[in-house]
Design a protein around this ligand. Sequence first.
Ligand SMILES: [Zn+2]
Ligand SMILES: [Zn+2]
Length: 389
Amino acid sequence: MASSTKSPPDAIVPNLVVITDDADVTLRVIKYTQRLKPGDDGNDKVKSITDFNVNTQVMIRNSEFFKTLLTGNFAEASQSVVTLKEHDPSAMQAIFCALHSQYEDWSASSCGLSITKQTLGLSVHSLCDVISSARHFLIEMVELDSWFKLWYEHGDNSKTDPKSMLYPTYQLNHAEGFAAATKKMVYHHTRIEETKNQQHKDLHLPPRVIQQLCAARGRLKTILSNQIWNHISGLLDGSCNCKEKTLFAFLHALKETGGFPVDQAAQRNPIAYVLHQLADFDDYFEAPAEAKGCSRCSTDWSSAMKTACAVVWKYFDGLCLDCMDHTQPKFADEHEDYWGHLERDMEWDNACRIDHGQATWYYSFMGRADARDKILKRVRLANPRTKFL
Ligand SMILES: [Zn+2]
Ligand SMILES: [Zn+2]
């Protein structure tokens, strides 16, 4: 919402933020205590007013919305103060920072440096406000990438809940952040879900991304179970007389760790928990005296279990935004990629911003929007009333 305002509502003093020394227009951002209903001027619900001094050219170069607003025939085009209602001032400051810093040398600008510093302290939850406002003003997300890179490097993201990082890292194209958040979800969470943002219920990942993370988690369970089964099966196939006692000792120790059976343990716990439990296998395993000297039964079961766990830990590197991108096929096209993965020894992270193996490629590839999605989107844009059965 935008309209011209000559004076702020009584008793609220606007904060002034100078974004650039080349400012020639003031964008007044008003935040309200609650969402405004149609027709409500909101004068009795003003929470804060912030005046941002910005450069018109920078704003119109980056946004069709501002181009129309500041250069069209609207009343706003001739105003020196233009009001933008119902946006978060911190989020808007981050957007102004992202746009202006591309056109000025901010490393030499004390104004720019101080603005950047303030926006880097933005909370992870405010990132949805940034994305939502950028969408509202028709600003391409790619214009925010460089700012977000700084934001990401500035904070200690190891402590941030990966659930809340999934959407912003995906939208703001941060390959490292998205891989880290998706990997953490798969290994360290029992339920794969993203944080529901009450203010922006329309902002969420495409469901296929969550589906792929669930699939990857399921695969980790299968790999771990198979690794353990191979040892059980080896004992069952043995011809020695001590195999029963060894098998019993092996299964008993597994059960005592609390990480076995894998499916049961992973039902209410993260995969990382199951792996940590199984790492204590050595504490519970006691080799039967009869097995001494038997080549099969005197396997180093403890290191066999450590190897099994290591295989699972190494399996998935998170989802790769570059491999999810249709426009960056590894071979001639995405169909070549699909069939190629079955037969070729591929460099799975070729031209990707992160290092990763095959599993990451596979789940990322499967998480791409398919061609049908694109066609439907195109048809809907052309004719919003089209219904599909
Ligand atoms: Zn034996
Ligand atoms: Zn990749």
